[in-house]
Design a protein around this ligand. Structure first.
Ligand code: NAD
Length: 293
């Protein structure tokens, strides 16, 4: 697509560490004509716009960035929601969810009414829970309200496997060949790798307070799949009828969000773990619903 035909708009709601990094990745990827940054902290928002605008002047992107309002965000092609409070020392998970739910509810109210094709992409945590509530609050078709889900975790695992197998990142999926066959000569401790993948974000946050670059790249890639109607397969949080909840599974992504889900064969053990996970998330939702009434 020629750069001059880029007319799409993406709003990034929440201009903190993650929101600004997503905006930066979007500028570098040049998928939209305009990016709007939305944040009630106007001084921070405006400083981010000034800083990010410097990244648009070097000539390799036609994307422009400006400050926007929640109302304007509701008219954009994609709204990426990173608005959320960080966990305070000693704060319980349920309390954090309560605070983030309030922020989400008020941000969505301020954006309404949405344009009919708007896709909401939830990034703020806990992402599956907030995706579920955003579907309730927004009134958009469910397939248009999605969460970044485990896309980042999949990318991390892929990177770790690539390191082990000593292959290029682009080849890390090992061509659909089962890992045991493809890398039979390597020592792969699946449980340890799953743990490392799960703990990577915490380890980064302990030292630098936030993780931003990985999610920046991942969110920009999701926006590209949507705006260019790429119909590629991504692990995305979306509503699953069978689980009555939002969880991350592979879907085909297109201009209106989830085009269809892709069946994923699971072992009995994996299926049990998945159901346990959905069950504990549903409990969190019930608690959050109780404490918000
Ligand atoms: N999904 C993932 O893989 C992933 C990865 C990293 C971080 N995150 C999550 O992203 C979220 C943001 O993290 P961060 O480090 O950028 O936090 P941050 O505190 O730096 O930024 C959050 C911003 O949201 C803003 N905000 C609050 N209420 C708002 C509203 N109503 N409308 C618009 N903006 C509002 C705040 O003013 C703040 O600037 C967190 O919930 C974090 O856990 C998710």
């Amino acid at each position: 697509m020629s750069k001059t035909t880029l007319t799409s708009k993406i709003a990034v709601v929440g201009a903190g560490e993650v929101g600004s990094t997503i905006a930066y990745s979007l500028i570098l990827l040049t998928v939209a004509g305009e990016i709007l940054l939305v944040d009630p902290k106007e001084d921070v928002r405006d400083a981010q716009v000034q800083d990010l605008s410097d990244a648009t002047f070097h000539g390799n992107t036609s994307t422009r960035i400006r400050a926007g309002t929640h109302k304007e965000a509701g008219q954009c092609d994609i709204v990426v929601i990173t608005a959320g409070a960080k966990q305070k020392k000693g704060e319980s998970r349920t309390d954090l969810i309560g605070r983030n739910l309030k922020i989400l509810g008020s941000a969505i109210e301020d954006m309404k009414p949405f344009a009919k094709d708007t896709v909401l992409l939830l990034v703020a945590n806990p992402v599956d829970v907030l995706t579920y509530f955003a579907q309730k609050f927004a009134g958009l078709p469910r397939e248009q309200v999605i969460g970044s889900g485990t896309f980042l975790d999949s990318a991390r695992l892929r990177g770790m496997l690539a390191d082990k197998a000593d292959v290029a990142w682009s080849n890390a999926s090992i061509g659909g060949v089962p890992i045991e066959q493809a890398v039979s000569d390597l020592q792969i401790d699946r449980a340890a790798m799953a743990e490392d993948t799960k703990n990577k974000a915490t380890a980064i946050m302990e030292s630098k307070g936030a993780t931003a670059f990985g999610i920046g790249g991942v969110a920009a890639s999701i926006c590209k799949s949507i705006l260019f109607d790429q119909k590629n397969i991504r692990p995305i949080s979306h509503y699953r009828e069978d689980l009555q909840f939002c969880l991350s599974f592979p879907v085909v992504l297109g201009r209106k969000g989830v085009v269809r889900t892709v069946p994923m064969p699971l072992s009995e053990e994996e299926d049990k773990a998945l159901k346990r996970s959905a069950e504990s998330l549903r409990e969190i939702v019930v608690d959050a619903e109780k404490s918000s009434t």
